[in-house]
Design a protein around this ligand. Sequence first.
Ligand code: IPM
Ligand code: MG
Length: 355
Amino acid sequence: MLKNIAVIRGDGIGPEIVNETLKVLDRVAELYGHTFNYIDVDMGGCAIDKYGDPLPETELKKCLKSDSVLLGAVGGEKWNDVPGNIRPEKGLLRLRAGMGVYSNIRPAKIWPQLADASPLKKSIVEQGIDFIIVRELIGGIYFGEHKTEGDTAIDVLKYSESEIERIGRIGFETAQKRNKKLCSVEKSNVLDSSRLWKKVMHRLADEYPDVELSDMLVDNCAMQIVKNPAQFDVIVTENMFGDILSDEASMITGSIGMIPSSSLGATTCGLYEPIHGSAPDIAGKDIANPIGTILSAAMMLRFSFDMLKEADAVENAVSAYLDKGYRTADIMSEGGKLVGCKQCGDIITQNLRKE
Ligand code: IPM
Ligand code: MG
């Protein structure tokens, strides 16, 4: 199959982790007889430097015309005070909205090889950590009005029933494919938008009788994720709660550097990115962990290209790498073999086998 993949390297460690991922994709293409065309797209701080805009229309168009988008990371200190409040992150938000990718899937799964890297007690880790956060991605406070008037700043949080319903359905459908437990997370003891959220979720529940729906307040959820993560199967939540909870959920699995994500909307053209940021402090040192991006590419193969065997092959290659004891600095523990970003990409590429 021929696929056109828009590639956004971005800022900080973005270029390094994307380069390793392309090595893996090239090997997949070779093994399975596919052709992947990469279309370079500038977004983030590097686009501000080049065009004065974190995502010019021409760059967004390249993404919309592609079969899917692979993204490293954007942002960095350097662009925090650009006049006119033009931030690299604005490019990312414009891309998500422009592509209409409202459904963001962030798995929190512990690799057995990395059980020691979790900051949680062994007795908790042993009960298992394997859940998915379904995060609404193009609504809520991220996309409400933002303004500052004198000494007061305003950010508007709003959700319509239809916005809640479409992400709610993804939550139920995701749970149907797993252990059929969906936890809807909100703050309905305080927020109107959360009360609407809860109402819509319960209305939808009638259509998915095989899924057990529960409600949880977001503050309690933050606590439960560290206290008893084994209770969760699928969590569905709004944009900002999902942002915060997914960082927390990633950390209990060992490292945020390991976690991929997929974002999809009405079409199969998706956006695939690790959930971590651009980590400018370690950029260019060849110590970043490219696995979050490599696993995001596996999600692209599975969800956008329907290349299920190819996706399994990538995940198995990552698992074989971990089995052999290789570790980048973020997941290094006693007895591990320390490798850099490039070496990590090379070893995973070498481990790829046709399934
Ligand atoms: C994420 C990031 C982004 C977000 C930032 C970079 C805008 O934290 O993907 O989780 O808040 O969505
Ligand atoms: Mg985040």
